[in-house]
Design a protein around this ligand. Structure first.
Ligand SMILES: [Zn+2]
Length: 189
């Protein structure tokens, strides 16, 4: 890395075609970029992702070392955050964007898994932060008008996914910083 300014630097994005998605966006362009924590890390995740039988599905994955993989094109729909539960903030985001709050969020979101090696308190490295930022920027550049929110999986599914993403994104201020840098709104608690 040397003295390179990380915020100026675009990480190389590795693209892998996955069929764990629905193709196209018949319900309109995405309104939110959704951040997840990916536990497990070393448990053969790449193999799982590449397996067509796997149900794992997200657009991007940012590793702790700053590697960015794109598994699903943002023009298609991943399956990673479709369950709206009591206490969900999804209806607030949907209504703000003129989307039927009953619509499955997977139809109008772009998702990114942030590797955490199974430790939700593991600090976010600058390299990983910038990989997530780069993914979100790519999505924002593609959908500059419709993409308005940065969401946590826990915003959509607060009962079953209260720690997705982990505390290291919330208490560190990294999540808020990401939203600010991208010019995206968050639904505050
Ligand atoms: Zn998640």
């Amino acid at each position: 890395m040397g003295a390179a300014n990380l915020s100026q630097q675009q990480p190389v994005t590795h693209r892998w075609p996955s069929s764990n998605c629905w193709f196209g966006r018949p319900y309109g362009p995405p309104i939110a970029f959704v951040l997840h924590s990916e536990s497990g890390g070393e448990s053969g995740t790449v193999a799982e992702w590449l397996s067509s039988s796997s149900q794992l599905s997200a657009h991007y994955r940012a590793s702790v070392t700053g590697r960015l993989d794109c598994w699903i094109d943002p023009g298609d729909r991943a399956w990673s955050n479709g369950i709206v539960e009591p206490g969900s903030r999804w209806p607030i985001m949907a209504e703000a964007c003129g989307i039927d709050p009953e619509l499955n969020p997977n139809h109008v979101t772009v998702s990114c898994e942030a590797e955490d090696l199974g430790d939700r308190h593991r600090p976010i490295s600058d390299l990983q932060y910038h990989a997530v930022l780069s993914a979100a920027r790519e999505a924002k550049n593609r959908y500059p008008d419709s993409l308005r929110f940065l969401a946590r999986h826990s915003d959509i599914s607060p009962q079953s996914r209260p720690e997705c993403p982990g505390e290291q994104w919330n208490s560190s201020g990294r999540f808020e910083a990401l939203a600010e840098e991208l010019g995206l709104r968050v639904v505050s608690s």
